[in-house]
Ligand binder design. Structure first.
Ligand code: GLV
Ligand code: MG
Length: 341
């Protein structure tokens, strides 16, 4: 039987995990489905190949009296479906719920060989990841699994935010982090009632024109600020420092595809690699937004070419490019290559 030690160096609780590169498989759109809903579950096989990740959700949005049905439904779907290039993830219930233990002890022996990533909600510190890590290691060893199941944490409590660096480095299993804006807003006592995205009250306003102090004669333009800018930037730094992947989470206003795309693009530009999809309409949005555009790739190639040995500075279309802009271009090209592979 293969011991989990063969998968990765054993982790001393409290010791920082070694930095490592997560093998990047595209995960631009993580599409959530409710395995307790037979109508939704029946659509899953046809979605294989149309989305990077299919995620069977067992946590919030699944009613308490449907938790067992969701777990069993996921086992059934996973066993009956060939996922091909699409990854299979699950979101289990949180550590403070009565369901997490049964989620893991049911899923790992039954479908552990098909599960790529377990998403753990409401993670507050490294100790939560250590618990899941050890439990997975025992269950994997017992089931004789040949590869480790990776762990993805949702950043959605104020305490989790303050411990974000230790969460990212808590285990060599860590694959990434998602922002959970709805729970995080509640935990932080923000005054929003939405699932992600902006708010019409969170504004910047231009200065009044000269002599019109109250802006009565000349309307002043306004723009919404991104409520999630600080959180995403902090999460991205913590993930990059630990060698794992950052994701924006859910966008609840399904009908507002424009605002969804804007929120996803802000996250992409700040360094995120993907976002959740709560409805099939959000899959192409996330897939497109989290892929570098042909225009950006062409520009990046031109900079690489113009920079020759990669040092010094050149002028290209009136702009100065140097070693540092070359590095940014390489990030874009690297992502384009990964996605094309
Ligand atoms: C997601 O789980 C969220 O709380 O936004
Ligand atoms: Mg949540």
């Amino acid at each position: 039987m293969r011991h989990p030690k063969d998968f990765y160096a054993p982790l001393a609780v409290g010791a920082p995990a070694p930095l490592r590169e997560v093998p990047a498989r595209p995960s631009r759109a993580i599409h959530f489905f409710d395995p307790s809903n037979p109508r939704m579950a029946a659509k899953v096989p046809a979605m294989v190949g149309t989305v990077d990740v299919l995620l069977g959700n067992l946590e919030d949005a699944v009613k308490a009296d449907s938790k067992v049905a969701a777990r069993e439904g996921l086992v059934e779907i996973a066993r009956a479906t060939d996922f091909g290039p699409t990854q299979l993830w699950t979101r289990v219930n949180s550590l403070d719920s009565p369901w997490l233990l049964d989620d893991l002890t049911t899923l790992v022996p039954a479908i552990g060989d098909r599960l790529d990533v377990v998403m753990v909600p409401k993670v507050e510190g490294a100790q939560d990841i250590h618990y899941v890590d050890r439990l997975l290691a025992q269950l994997e060893a017992k089931a004789g699994l040949q590869r480790p199941i990776l762990v993805h944490a949702i950043l959605e409590t104020a305490r989790g935010m303050t411990n974000v660096e230790e969460i990212c480095a808590a285990s060599p299993r860590m694959q990434g982090l998602s922002l959970g804006p709805a729970d995080l807003a509640a935990s932080r006592r923000m005054k929003t009632t939405r699932v992600g995205g902006g708010h019409p009250g969170y504004l910047v306003r231009t200065d009044p024109v000269d002599g019109d102090v109250h802006g009565e004669r000349s309307p002043r333009s306004t723009a919404q600020q991104d409520l999630w800018h600080y959180t995403i930037a902090r999460m991205v730094d913590a993930c990059v420092a630990a060698g794992i992947q950052p994701y924006y989470g859910p966008f609840g206003d399904i009908a507002d595809v424009v605002a969804c795309e804007d929120q996803f693009r802000n996250a992409f530009l700040l360094g995120c690699v993907g976002a959740w999809s709560l409805h099939p309409v959000q899959i192409p949005i996330a897939t497109r937004v989290f892929s570098p555009s042909a225009e950006d790739v062409a520009h990046a190639r031109a900079v690489v070419e113009a920079m020759g040995d990669g040092t010094g500075a050149v002028m290209l279309d009136g702009r100065m490019e140097d070693d540092a802009s070359l590095k940014q271009c390489r990030v874009l090209l690297g992502l384009a290559e990964e996605l094309a592979a």
